[in-house]
Design a protein around this ligand. Structure first.
Ligand SMILES: [Zn+2]
Ligand SMILES: [Zn+2]
Ligand SMILES: [Zn+2]
Length: 139
């Protein structure tokens, strides 16, 4: 995704593109995997943690990113793949590696519709499988 696409994507979601916001979105695109606040902080040492957190909170509110808890209970952020308002249909299973602490998206594993008993209204769901990633398992 080029710079123009980034600003376009943000505007579609109702967020004004500022330099910090563009930088954080670029980082998430470049890493191409879910990142925690401290992962992003390490990648962008020039930005302070509270600024990063503010941008991520805004991104969450406007469906630019989605969040889930990894195998440690730490919030990870990943880019929403839908344009404009998101209906969360791209929810998928995550795999957490206990050794390198990375989260991986298992987007190709189908997740069947989960039917909840009457009266329960889901807002988010988190499915995390813990174990070793191929790289760590091969060590
Ligand atoms: Zn989405
Ligand atoms: Zn690993
Ligand atoms: Zn994911």
């Amino acid at each position: 995704m080029g710079e123009n696409n980034i600003t376009e994507r943000m505007e579609e979601k109702g967020v004004k593109p500022t330099s910090n916001r563009i930088l954080i979105m670029k980082t998430l695109i470049k890493e191409a995997r879910p990142m925690s606040l401290s992962d992003i902080e390490e990648t962008l040492p020039t930005m302070d943690k509270s600024s990063i957190f503010r941008v991520l909170s805004l991104f969450l509110k406007n469906d630019i990113v989605h969040s889930f808890e990894d195998g440690r209970g730490i919030i990870n952020y990943e880019l929403c793949t839908q344009k404009g308002i998101c209906n969360n249909s791209e929810a998928h299973i995550h795999f957490y590696c206990k050794l390198c602490h990375k989260s991986f998206c298992m987007k190709d594993i189908p997740m069947h519709d989960i039917e909840l008993p009457q009266g329960f209204i889901p807002h988010s769901a988190s499915f995390v499988i813990k174990g070793l990633c191929p790289e760590c398992a091969g060590r």
